[in-house]
Design a protein around this ligand. Structure first.
Ligand code: CUA
Length: 181
């Protein structure tokens, strides 16, 4: 008893594509394109993507600016962490916050309904700036300064959770923003 062996077709790669497969490639491709267009459009439509300005900087330059800003407008030390200054800048001003292992510094105190130019950067690694409970997210990169024009519309205490793994103390990296009526 023997067995039969059929050699694979040498031109298997040149086989015509199945029609349903072509259909799926077209559907998937169109969906990718559709989502890509919306990725950009959401910067202007709805609240999904926030527009930011970004500038190159140096970590020591940004650290110095944040320090000077903090010195100028500190009103008290934070009640829950006395090592952190609470800074209350005037409406319309440039506000600086710096992420570093493992803190967001300083604590900010803003006024409801007033606009500020919020600068975000990191002094060492990549950190996540996730404003809770609003779920507004940015990444803070060392060497890059992002500027967002913010107008807080609800009074309360907001947390800044680092949601980019940055080291052993990552889970302890919490910042705070107070919004006053
Ligand atoms: Cu900073 Cu995780």
């Amino acid at each position: 008893m023997g067995y039969s062996f059929t050699a694979p077709d040498k031109n298997w790669a040149r086989e015509p594509i199945e029609r349903t497969e072509i259909l799926w490639i077209i559907i998937a491709g169109s969906w990718c394109l559709f989502m890509f267009v919306w990725m950009i459009a959401w910067h202007w439509i709805g609240n999904q993507n926030m527009n930011t300005e970004a500038y190159k900087t140096f970590t020591d330059v940004y650290a110095k600016k944040t320090e000077e800003f903090t010195k100028q407008y500190t009103v008290r030390q934070d009640a829950s962490d006395p090592s952190l200054p609470v800074v209350a800048p005037p409406p319309g001003s440039d506000v600086y916050i710096a992420g570093s292992i493992f803190q967001w510094r300083p604590v900010l105190e803003l006024q409801k309904g007033k606009s500020y130019r919020l600068h975000i950067s990191s002094l060492d690694y990549v950190h996540g700036f996730s404003l809770q409970p609003e779920n507004i997210n940015f990444q803070a990169y060392p060497g890059y300064e992002q500027v967002i024009t913010v107008t807080p519309n609800k009074a309360g205490t907001y947390g800044i959770v680092c949601n980019d793994y940055c080291g052993l103390g990552h889970h302890t990296m919490l910042g705070r923003i107070y919004v006053k009526e």
